[in-house]
Design a protein around this ligand. Structure first.
Ligand code: PHE
Length: 447
């Protein structure tokens, strides 16, 4: 409890932690594969629009709720609207966090395996066929189950070992390093034969490609990438100091997160076209492409080891934040010890994770609605639960509670003027709920 009331000493620490949660596989793995599957530039255009018009206002609302109540998602809804049923949104958040933790751990498990394979010099090959073969060897069958379990164990160690502080400090140094590495690889992309094709694919939109499915995926990606709609950012904001300028923190987080995603796109797509890989390959895309990029570089094994290690770290800072949702629920609402809560939620994620890991191998043929377990978990959590959570937050802050809460929080209690408040209120009351609803209805074919 004492820890819960603690605040980040500096604004830098607050931004670093929210960015730590936001930046992860969502930017470097999920963004390129979603963009590749949904028409490239058309998807990116929708994604950018949704980040700034929908996700950013919801992020401000989550920050405001978290700091105002200094509690988790259940407590925040309850304190702001005592006696209401709004805290049930928290259950959707828990479902989403466990589903995400399950499939995220599989991909994070690949980063562990790729780090080790790079160290052993096993990730060097020259053509697409070998690359694909290598990926299949590393990620199908029962092997990924082992790596998923190893990753979840690392996650448990971080959560239970009280090393969160250490991880934070480490990531304050290493995340900027990841950023530098991304910029360097991005520059390297200029030298690839497929550079022009890659850039065209990323930035020259074909508007006819904007379909209901593209809109829904771009919306889901915006929420996923900013860790929104499940109370992660709310919980983090409950540790912010009273002098934080929430609007600036939210904008900085959204900008940095988007920048990392775009950089990842500039790294992946020129390589995709250079090596003749299909941009629509799905979740495996990035892991098939990256080794090619490294094999073209001098001292490729060193680069790839460093890169996958940093990606692993970026994943841990994200999984720690999503694990907190169910852990704080079990601790604070169900009065469990933190230890049991961590073990229980990790055990659930483990079962889900194993099913997801097997989706690329033995369970490949097992589909529900045409999706493997992995795809289903990803789809339900990112495209349905998170936007629903975001819609609930925007309606709640925009309509249900006293609007002075938002004003108070966005101005640090009246310390300065927040000129964009009317725009923010408009977005929360009208734009966000309406847009999310329309995209939902549109994607199920009702409009
Ligand atoms: N935003 C994280 C990423 O991009 C994933 C995440 C989703 C983290 C939801 C927490 C909650 O990798």
């Amino acid at each position: 409890m004492i820890e819960k009331r603690a605040v980040f000493a500096t604004r830098f620490a607050a931004v670093a932690t929210t960015v730590g949660s936001a930046v992860g596989l969502g930017n470097i793995w999920r963004f390129p594969y979603e963009a590749g599957m949904h028409g490239g530039a058309a998807f990116i255009l929708c994604y950018l629009a949704f980040v700034f018009a929908i996700a950013l206002p919801v992020l401000c609302a989550e920050f405001a709720m978290g700091r105002d109540t200094r509690s988790n998602i259940f407590g925040a809804f309850r304190k702001l609207c005592p006696g209401g049923a709004w805290h049930y949104v928290g259950y959707v958040a828990i479902l989403a966090s466990l589903l995400i933790l399950s499939f995220y751990s599989v991909v994070a498990g690949w980063t562990v395996e790729y780090t080790l394979a790079s160290v052993c010099g096993k990730l060097n090959f020259a053509d697409a066929a070998t690359g694909h073969g290598q990926f299949v060897e590393l990620t199908t069958g029962w092997r990924p189950v082992v790596w998923t379990v190893i990753f979840l164990l690392c996650n448990v160690c971080v959560l239970m070992g009280g090393v969160t502080k250490g991880i934070e400090r480490m990531s304050n140094i290493l995340m900027p390093l990841l950023f530098v590495l991304l910029v360097a690889f991005c520059i390297n992309s200029f030298t690839m034969p497929g550079f022009a094709d890659g850039i065209r694919f990323l930035f020259s939109p074909d508007f006819s490609k904007i379909t209901p499915a593209v809109l829904l995926s771009a919306l889901g990606q915006a929420f996923f990438s900013l860790s929104l709609g499940l109370g992660c950012m709310m919980t983090y904001a409950s540790y912010f100091s009273d002098r934080n300028r929430l609007g600036t923190t939210a904008f900085t987080t959204a900008m940095l997160d988007t920048l990392v995603a775009i950089l990842a796109g500039i790294i992946i797509f020129p390589a995709v076209f250079s090596f003749g890989i299909s941009p629509g390959s799905g979740p495996t895309l990035v892991f098939e492409v990256l080794p090619f990029i490294f094999s073209q570089l001098p001292a490729g094994a060193v680069w790839s080891t460093l890169f996958f290690m940093l990606l692993f770290l970026a994943s841990i800072t994200s999984t720690v934040s999503m694990s907190e949702i169910s852990i704080t629920f079990l601790c604070e609402e169900k009065k469990m010890s933190r230890r049991s809560a961590t073990l229980l939620s990790s055990a659930i994620a483990l079962v889900g994770g194993v099913l997801c890991a097997l989706s690329f191998g033995p369970l490949r043929g097992f589909t529900i609605g045409g999706m493997t377990v992995f795809d289903l978990f990803d789809y339900v959590s990112s495209n349905i639960c998170l936007p629903l959570g975001g819609m609930a937050v925007s309606i709640f802050v925009g309509w249900v509670i006293d609007r002075r809460m938002l004003r108070r929080q966005m101005t640090d209690g009246g310390a300065f003027r927040f000129r964009l408040l009317p725009v923010l209120v408009f977005c929360l009351r009208w734009l966000c709920p309406a847009a999310i609803l329309l995209i939902f209805l549109n994607s199920i074919g009702l409009i």
